[in-house]
Design a protein around this ligand. Structure first.
Ligand SMILES: Nc1ncnc2c1ncn2[C@@H]1O[C@H](COP(=O)(O)OP(=O)(O)OP(=O)(O)O)[C@@H](O)[C@H]1O
Ligand SMILES: [Mg+2]
Length: 208
């Protein structure tokens, strides 16, 4: 497969179960290593990085949002958002930024609650704020609404779209909820290990 994504685009990766969406996302996210081929992010061929470089690159350039928000329940909402920042060393501005992000996702009143005292939809909003705290070049989301009811999904989708535009963030989102996303910049369909740009692979031109 071969495709390119521009800065600030919202891109959906769709395709049937087992087609390789998560595998692709994990390779872009440097959580998995391709056996063949190259992946360029901001001009760097990430397949040539060593383990230390991968950790540093991932922490600086990539933000992750998964299907289950994976919050640490012993910590407050605010502390969860700050976690990725602390890996790279904190600064005085970090807490203010985390609060601003929680504000942006509508959780200003929940930030001092423990993470196990909020709803699933709220937890997913915390995960979005956490995914953005390091100003990643790319936010990678694997089924971010997969565990939510459809009304909550709609809110989360709209939130991701508005954050993407506001922060000029690139979002690459694996989803089964194509209809919830409405207009996006690009849709990549994975079928039988190949990528197609667009939503209906049959009869469409294969990119590579
Ligand atoms: N660690 C692994 N080792 C070997 N095969 C794997 C591994 N992880 C996934 N696979 C296989 O690779 C293929 C693609 O899996 P992947 O999880 O990327 O699919 P997916 O499109 O994300 O599916 P879903 O929509 O169900 O999440 C599947 O056949 C899967 O069984
Ligand atoms: Mg998957």
């Amino acid at each position: 497969m071969s495709f390119s994504i521009e800065k600030g685009e919202i891109v959906l990766i769709v395709g049937s179960s087992g087609s390789g969406k998560s595998t692709l996302l994990n390779m872009i996210g440097l959580l998995d290593h391709p056996s063949n081929g190259k992946i360029f992010i901001d001009g760097v061929d990430t397949t040539t990085l060593d383990d230390n470089e991968i950790s540093s690159f991932r922490n600086k350039k990539l933000g992750f949002i998964f299907q289950f928000s994976n919050l640490l329940t012993d910590l407050s909402v605010l502390e969860n958002v700050l976690l990725p920042r602390q890996i790279g060393g904190t600064d005085g501005a970090a807490e203010k930024e985390a609060m601003d992000l929680l504000n942006a996702v509508g959780l200003e009143k929940q930030m001092h609650k423990r993470a196990n005292k909020i709803s699933g939809g709220q937890a997913q909003r915390v995960a979005i704020a956490r995914g953005l705290i390091n100003h990643p070049s790319i936010v990678l989301a694997d089924e971010p609404t997969g565990n939510l009811d459809s009304v909550t999904s709609e809110t989360i989708v709209q939130l991701m779209k508005s954050m993407a535009k506001k922060l000029d963030q690139t979002f690459i989102i694996v989803t089964h909820d194509r209809q919830h996303f409405g207009q996006v910049d690009k849709v990549i369909t994975i079928k039988d290990g190949r990528s197609y740009e667009g939503e209906q692979p049959s009869g469409m031109e294969v990119l590579a």
